[in-house]
Design a protein around this ligand. Structure first.
Ligand SMILES: [Zn+2]
Length: 238
């Protein structure tokens, strides 16, 4: 069964724009082991509510860099609230997108390759079609217009891998301390067939989390329902 990458389109037929940030985020950090200073900033868990965390206020202020030990302490505060087993990279975002929006929107909206927003009624249509594993996180987006859509952000969790044969040699092993993998997305990507989840129709690649992958079932429904504003490209398997 084929798998497809979902990406932001090159041509937009709608005018919508969103200017919003997540309510909470982990800081970036400097790793004393691999010497990288980094922040993912692209992984988000919009269904993770940190309002019950006494220290959540600290995570409302975006900080570029934190001492590694302090970063680890913050990460361990968050872990009980996050989905079990997910990696909590430096810069990971949580909770609702807070901000403003304007213009017109299709059923789907990908402001970036790694973020997928959806109208509430479109999410309900996909769920009614039996698409598995879709979780819509509420947003706090104010619209500068009447007749505004309700936009949700899909929480897309990491499962499945790029095949090691398409990753430069030596780069497929993450840093033992911070988990960073230092390679660019390959020109000829291949998915590792054995690693792909069987219980979900939408996921991110665990070793390249900016890439969102959909099953053939989901892509068939997107086409059949005429959903727009998403680029779809098949990813080869190995
Ligand atoms: Zn490191």
């Amino acid at each position: 069964m084929p798998f497809y990458r979902l990406d932001s389109p090159e041509d937009w037929s709608y005018t919508g724009e969103v200017n919003a940030n997540h309510k909470w985020g982990l800081p970036g950090t400097h790793c004393p082991e691999c010497n990288a200073t980094w922040s993912s900033g692209m992984d988000s868990y919009p269904c993770t509510d940190l309002s019950g965390l006494p220290e959540a206020k600290i995570l409302e202020e975006p900080r570029l860099e934190e001492d590694f030990e302090a970063f680890v302490r913050l990460r361990e505060w968050v872990r009980p609230f996050a989905p079990p087993g997910v990696p909590l990279w430096p810069g990971t975002k949580f909770g609702p997108l807070v901000g403003s929006a304007w213009g017109t929107f299709g059923q789907l909206f990908m402001p970036y390759a790694w973020r997928l927003l959806i109208r509430r009624e479109a999410l309900e249509q996909l769920q009614a079609e039996g698409i598995r594993g879709l979780k819509g996180g509420r947003t706090q987006i104010r619209f500068r217009q009447r007749q505004a859509p309700e936009l949700l952000e899909l929480q897309i969790e990491p499962h499945g891998l790029l095949h090691r044969d398409c990753i430069p040699q030596g780069k497929d092993v993450p840093c033992g301390k911070c988990g960073r993998r230092g390679f660019r997305f390959p020109d000829n990507p291949m998915l590792d067939r054995a690693s792909l989840p069987k219980h979900l129709d939408l996921f991110r690649l665990a070793n390249f989390t900016t890439v969102i992958v959909a099953t053939e079932r989901l892509v068939e429904v997107i086409h059949r329902l005429g959903f727009e504003e998403v680029a779809i490209r098949e990813l080869p398997l190995r």
